[in-house]
Ligand binder design. Structure first.
Ligand SMILES: [Zn+2]
Ligand SMILES: [Zn+2]
Length: 457
């Protein structure tokens, strides 16, 4: 088997990897888009794949860094079947249609002439090629149940990261390969811990997002949520409002559930909560699939029970935050022109307001720069607004959807692969895993795949 890293750099960017099972199938794992780059550079390097040379494309979950390039590779690989979980099947469609709208805006704002990279119509036609697959049911590359004797089959396993996220296991002539996608081995509030194979894996391709973040020994998610509740109450007591920049998919639904439980327990007042329009679309899908996907609180219907108010661009520009309100709006990285970036302009000058971060943000993103700022310092989160002094309260609550690095390491040691391929991490994260594994398992082949270079596994 051979692997080619189709990304353009070893980082968390546009995820995509080619696996060539030597005459038994050529498959692509994920087809993402880079969150910070523009134009064709934001895509994986699909030029490494000759047209019509791929048998199947697998999507681990619907986050944009794993699906954003899917319509482009699907166009170039007309024979390839596209496999994903039921949850991803529902989520990827609105996500990619929204992505077209963003590209259309960027075409005008930034003069990116190749945008949009695909159209609503093309995407609509492609969806017919997507096949939703059930968890834990081995299928062949035609999407048919296996009868035995097939050289290559695949099985989806719940990855516990967001709705529909899966790790993908391949069985190739008795050799087992597992691609984790983005994974979480601990329970979140809504999503429950991954249910992954625990027996021997021959080749493990594993995400390393949190490799540079040691978990404090006294860390518990419960403590983090308690501190979040107290900090929100503090802001409310001073007559302020709280802005929580979140990804529309995953974080919005986790945060809504946390706030719902805190309100139900009487630990937070039942004050208005705002979410964005895309956040609402995804929450609707979480509600719709609550009984048929692995998650906690299957009877909880977030939209009808919480009735969040919907924030749009005009409202974010024109209205002012109101005392005691919580704004759970995207994007999580506070990218320019997104709701959270626009609305943050009203928060920064207000001493008794709070901006609380609850997940990963790229250090070079506006959210990353703001998170690193100290009170009284000047920051630029939007060039149009210029430098702004940070007067509001800033805080970080670690409610990540990614596995702790200690859990990832333990999993690698437990399934003890002959070859471990490290992906989806920045350089310090990748290097931490490489160093730990080389010390603990000197016999294990540990690889950080160079972009564009084929390696034999
Ligand atoms: Zn993800
Ligand atoms: Zn990811």
């Amino acid at each position: 088997m051979r692997l080619t890293n189709l990304t353009r750099a070893n980082e968390i960017g546009a995820n995509s990897y080619l696996l060539d099972f030597d005459g038994d199938g050529r498959i692509v794992l994920d087809a993402g888009m880079h969150p910070r780059l523009d134009g064709l550079e934001a895509l994986p390097d699909f030029s490494l794949l000759p047209v019509d040379s791929v048998d199947a494309i697998f999507v681990s979950h619907a986050h944009h860094d794993h699906t954003g390039g899917l319509p482009v590779i699907t166009r170039e690989q007309p024979r390839a079947r596209v496999f994903m979980s039921q949850g991803t099947y529902q989520l990827a469609d609105p996500l990619l249609h929204n992505s077209i709208e963003i590209m259309l805006k960027q075409r005008l704002d930034k003069n990116i002439l190749e945008y949009p990279l695909f159209t609503h119509k093309e995407l609509g036609n492609q969806v017919a090629r997507w096949q939703p697959c059930t968890l834990r049911r081995p299928l062949d590359l035609h999407g048919q149940p296996i009868l035995g004797g097939e050289p290559l089959s695949f099985t989806f396993h719940d990855a516990g990261h967001i709705l529909g996220s899966v790790g993908i296991e391949f069985n190739h002539r008795g050799q087992r390969v597992l691609y984790t996608g983005d994974v979480n081995f601990s329970d979140q509030t809504l999503m429950q811990a991954a249910v992954f194979p625990r027996e021997k894996i021959d080749t493990l391709i594993i995400e390393t997002t949190r490799g540079a973040h040691p978990t404090p020994p006294d860390f518990t998610r419960e403590n983090v949520i308690n501190r979040l509740a107290e900090s929100i109450l503090d802001i409310f007591d001073q007559g302020g409002a709280v802005l929580i920049p979140v990804f529309a998919l995953g974080k919005t639904q986790e945060a809504l559930t946390i706030l719902h439980l805190l309100q139900k327990q009487g630990r937070l007042p039942r004050t208005p909560i705002f979410i964005g329009g895309l956040g609402r679309s995804f929450t609707q899908i979480y509600d719709k699939l609550s009984h048929v996907t692995p998650r906690a609180y299957p009877n909880l219907q977030l939209l009808p029970q919480m009735q969040p108010e919907i924030m749009d661009g005009r409202r974010a520009r024109e209205s002012r935050p109101k005392k005691g309100h919580i704004y759970l709006i995207s994007s999580g990285m506070m990218t320019e022109k997104t709701l959270s970036n626009l609305f943050a302009q009203h928060f920064l000058p207000q001493k008794h307001y709070g901006i609380f971060f609850i997940g990963y943000c790229d250090p070079d993103s506006p959210a990353g720069r703001l998170r690193a700022a100290k009170p009284g310092e000047k920051v630029v989160i939007n060039p149009l607004a210029g430098e702004q002094e940070v007067r509001c309260k800033l805080d970080y609550f670690d409610l990540t959807a990614h596995a702790k690095r200690e859990d990832l390491l333990n999993y690698i040691l437990e399934v003890n692969p002959r070859t471990c391929v490290l992906v989806h991490g920045d350089t310090p994260a990748l290097e931490w895993f490489q160093h730990e594994l080389q010390n603990r398992r000197p016999d294990m082949r540990v690889l950080i795949p160079t972009p564009g270079k084929e390696i034999t596994l």
